[in-house]
Design a protein around this ligand. Structure first.
Ligand SMILES: O=C(O)c1ccccc1NCC(=O)[C@H](O)[C@H](O)COP(=O)(O)O
Length: 211
């Protein structure tokens, strides 16, 4: 099984090109105004134009209005939408692209909450993140053993939160996820990626085989 890698919070075209070349499967572009990784629609469109034929460009939104999300999908070349706020299951549809619903995990109750999104609207994938202040990108992990609670849910799961080149193999071994996602663990500063760290992260995941 090959584990997918999403590098989140790309803000610079040179970092996008570097991440694709390193073997990333998906890049995340952050449209949350309060994020230090926020990108304008114009920058996002330029970043999306770097997408290789088999790559995914994911727009990250927090409690954003549906009209704004639809406009960003249309104008910025997004191939998926990641809802990273408090959006209820009934809000997870209507963008014309697959949805990744992110849930911040503090304990088993949050994984149970994640289950309520399975089969809802256009939710194609769940992302389990740590409970960092400010919704995401804070380098905070969670108890990986909780991922097993979704094993029978029949939905692909991305594991995120506090991952870095040094711990991502352990995370993959522990959770056997569809994919992993990282923002701060491969950065020089928020929004500026560390090329060596991105390469090491992708290499660590892609060279780990599991059945
Ligand atoms: O990265 C952000 O600044 C951010 C802000 C608000 C909502 C989501 C955000 N990032 C989304 C991601 O998918 C991150 O990769 C995920 O939260 C993990 O971040 P990190 O622990 O820094 O790897």
């Amino acid at each position: 099984m090959s584990t997918r890698v999403k590098i989140c919070g790309i803000t610079r075209v040179e970092d996008a090109r570097m991440a694709w070349a390193a073997g990333a499967d998906a890049l995340g572009l952050n449209f949350y105004l309060r994020s230090p990784r926020y990108v304008t629609p114009e920058v996002a469109a330029a970043l999306a134009r770097t997408r290789p034929a088999l790559g995914a460009v994911v727009g990250v939104f927090v409690n954003e209005s549906p009209d704004v999300i639809r406009a960003r999908v249309r104008d910025c070349g997004l191939t998926s939408v990641q809802l990273h706020g408090d959006e209820p299951p009934e809000a997870c549809a209507g963008y014309g692209v697959p949805i990744i619903k992110a849930l911040r995990v503090r304990g088993p109750e949050d994984v149970e909450k994640a289950r309520t999104y399975v089969g809802a609207g256009d939710v194609a994938t769940l992302l389990l993140d740590g409970a960092a202040p400010g919704y995401g990108g804070g380098g905070v992990g969670f108890d990986w053993s909780l991922v097993a609670r979704l094993a029978d849910a029949g939905v692909p799961v991305l594991v995120a939160g506090g991952l870095n080149p040094g711990n991502v193999r352990e995370a993959v071994r522990a959770t056997r996820p569809y994919g992993v996602d990282v923002a701060s663990g491969v950065e020089v500063s928020p929004g500026v990626k560390d090329a060596e760290a991105v390469r090491a992260f992708v290499r660590a995941v892609k060279t780990l085989a599991w059945e």
